[in-house]
Design a protein around this ligand. Structure first.
Ligand code: ARG
Length: 276
């Protein structure tokens, strides 16, 4: 890339994208003052919709992402992060409808639908083989959740006949499969159904990210409890196509700027009451 000019690059990119893609130039206009903004850091990337950061997620994962009950609009920590990212990059944010969590990485990999998946998505080697992951922006862990009054322990849950709900394609599903091999692991579309199922007795427990379990138990599912926090040391990142390394660089720069200017701390306080 260093051997061609920015104009040549854009021309080549435009050609190779054909009718599908629109080429953006990071929001940095030629009259840019040269301050060190995210837009300048990676001037060369493509966007599926010009001037917009188009985002996908699975919107059943509060407080990271969910749908506002009255408006149906996406709300949550990741939505606020996406808005701040777009702002730092000189773009508008554009949210597409919720989709299955395990379809997010394939959608980003295929290209043409969305620029980023932002979904409380743990950075894993398997995902990094398919897409680029941004620098980490949240630390997380897993948890095993049961109903208040349940006498199950991790040992008794790992037994034939016990049913453990998980969200399909998640690191919680992987943890359950590896660590509760004698139980039946039931993959569901989302973790809210899993929580309802534990409440009604369809499942003996569920495995999900600790911050989501904690938030939901505090705010909605007061009859559930965290049986065990599981210190997996996960970190969330934003998924970007491997064909768009300039966008990953611009996202990383914007994330760093948001750490430095207090935006990230404000979003953490908003959703978790303190910096996380
Ligand atoms: N952190 C977990 C993972 O990456 C769960 C993410 C689920 N996210 C969601 N938006 N439903 O596998």
């Amino acid at each position: 890339m260093s051997t061609i000019s920015r104009r040549q690059f854009l021309a080549t990119a435009a050609l190779s994208l054909g009718t599908m893609g629109l080429v953006a130039c990071g929001g940095a206009s030629s009259g840019d003052t040269g301050t060190d903004t995210a837009a300048d850091a990676a001037a060369e990337y493509t966007l599926v919709n010009e001037g917009k950061l188009t985002c996908i997620s699975n919107l059943y994962f509060p407080p990271f992402e969910s749908m506002d009950e009255t408006t149906g609009e996406p709300v949550g920590f990741d939505i606020d992060v996406s808005k701040a990212l777009a702002e730092h990059m000189g773009l508008e944010v554009n949210w597409l409808p919720s989709q299955a969590f395990d379809s997010l990485v394939p959608t980003i990999k295929a290209g043409g639908t969305a620029d980023i998946a932002i979904a409380g998505m743990t950075i894993t080697d398997a995902r990094k083989a398919e897409v680029d992951m941004s620098d980490p922006y949240v630390d997380s862990n897993q948890s095993v959740v049961t109903k208040v009054g349940s006498e199950d322990t991790l040992d008794t849950l790992n037994a034939e006949g016990k049913k453990i709900a998980v969200q399909a394609g998640t690191t919680g599903a992987d943890w359950a499969t590896e660590n509760l091999p004698n139980a039946t692991i039931v993959p569901l579309d989302d973790i809210i159904s899993a929580m309802n199922g534990v409440l009604t007795g369809s499942y003996d427990g569920l495995v999900t990210d600790l911050p989501v379990a904690g938030y939901q138990i505090k705010n909605s599912f007061t009859d559930l409890q965290i049986l065990e926090p599981i210190p997996t040391g996960e970190q969330y990142g934003i998924a970007v196509s491997k064909d768009n390394p300039g966008l990953t660089a611009a996202i990383n720069q914007a994330l760093a700027d948001m750490e430095a200017d207090g935006t990230m701390a404000a979003i953490e306080t908003e959703w978790f009451g303190a910096e996380v």
